[in-house]
Ligand binder design. Structure first.
Ligand code: PHE
Length: 360
């Protein structure tokens, strides 16, 4: 004989949701004990039905209610267990040694951005896939100019929609063009990024990094250029005895142009930047190219060169990293050797700041 109290007791003591479901099937499923009782009502007389009907309906209601409340209890127990299990104590100290490191190139680019931000420079970017107009023509390097051959350019087989040859930019100077064409002077930007030339040995890799600098304003002259470079290099190398020598040079996009040398001293096979290159212990090393932005370049970008002048410079980021942090083979920068990265890499939290120290 079916006993509702036994049934309720069993439901209240179901240990798991699966066990509860089995009981539901046992009592209320298609062939469940209560379901079969309900089916019997059909064969009963009117009198029997009026007394057993409410009784069996009551069984059904009570069993359903007991199952629903047990289900809620079991589900919240499951959730509590999961929450307890997945609890993370955020106040515990990190116990694993941090894996991975910031590549010196990324670190140096962050250092440069920080130093130049302090002088009011914004960071500008351009695509690594450029067209030959921005990479060459607009920079006053016409089709027949030997500089095009000198750059050992990687070209793409197809031209772009405007019929311009597409290439991997050979320097960051096209960002000068993009910036002058998209914003009004005064302009003060640096543009760090990857550049490509078909060239490879211990000091050249087919991909390397440059940072471009560009200032466009009224009345800008070489004095501004020299002060900016001096201030930048003192902050970057974190020493005051940085001495620069500007040598006349030639770039199609600057006029006049200057190659900038910095005094250094040879120490244990390493070049230490600093000091005057003309005394006995020191020599000069070529560091970067620069000059006053050529009037033609300013005009090519739709600005009036009688109103706006400026200076530009370009420097190798990898080279800057090697000089500061003492690596001697450029190729190792791009080998992805974990031992090299562990040795020369930077912690993710050592963010360069002027207040905390550029190379912290
Ligand atoms: N773009 C030149 C190079 O790659 C460097 C440069 C930049 C020189 C800006 C002058 C002014 O060699």
């Amino acid at each position: 004989m079916f006993d509702i109290n036994q049934a309720i007791l069993a439901i209240d003591h179901a240990e798991t949701l699966d066990a509860l479901e089995a009981l539901r099937v046992q009592f209320l499923g298609k062939n469940g004990e209560i379901t079969l009782l309900m089916k019997k009502l059909g064969q009963m007389t009117q009198d029997e039905r009026s007394s057993f009907g409410p009784l069996f309906n009551g069984y059904q209601r009570e069993a359903n209610a007991a199952i629903a409340s047990r289900k809620t209890a079991l589900e919240s127990a499951v959730l509590d267990a999961r929450l307890a299990n997945e609890r993370i104590d955020m106040t515990l100290p990190a116990d694993a040694a941090p894996k991975g490191s910031i590549h010196p190139v990324s670190q140096v680019m962050d250092e440069l951005a920080e130093i130049f931000a302090d002088m009011g420079f914004a960071v500008a970017t351009g695509p690594e896939i450029e067209d030959d107009w921005r990479n060459f023509t607009a920079l006053n390097i016409p089709e027949t100019h030997p500089a095009r051959a000198m750059h050992d350019t990687f070209y793409f087989p197809d031209k772009d929609a405007e019929g311009r040859a597409m290439l991997l930019r050979t320097h960051t100077s096209p960002v000068q063009i993009r910036t002058m064409m998209s914003q009004q002077p005064p302009i003060r930007i640096i543009a760090p990024g990857r550049v490509y030339r078909s060239d490879s040995d211990a000091t050249h890799t087919p991909m390397f990094h440059q940072v471009e600098g560009l200032v466009i304003d009224r009345g800008i002259h070489m004095g501004h250029l020299k002060w900016t470079l001096e201030t930048f290099l003192k902050a970057y190398f974190e020493r005051d005895d940085i001495v620069l020598r500007l040598r006349p040079s030639y770039f199609p996009f600057t006029e006049p142009s200057a190659e900038v040398d910095v005094g250094y001293k040879q120490e244990k096979g390493r070049r230490i930047v600093g000091g005057h290159g003309d005394d006995d212990a020191h020599a000069w090393m070529e560091l970067l190219g620069s000059g006053m932005v050529n009037r033609r370049v300013i005009a090519n970008c739709g600005l009036d060169p009688d109103e706006w002048q400026g200076f530009a410079f370009g420097v190798g980021v990898d080279r800057l990293a090697m000089l500061k942090y003492g690596m001697d083979d450029l190729r190792a920068f791009f080998d992805g050797d974990l031992r090299w990265l562990a040795h020369y890499g930077f912690g993710a939290l050592s963010v360069p700041t002027l207040s905390g120290g550029i190379s912290a």
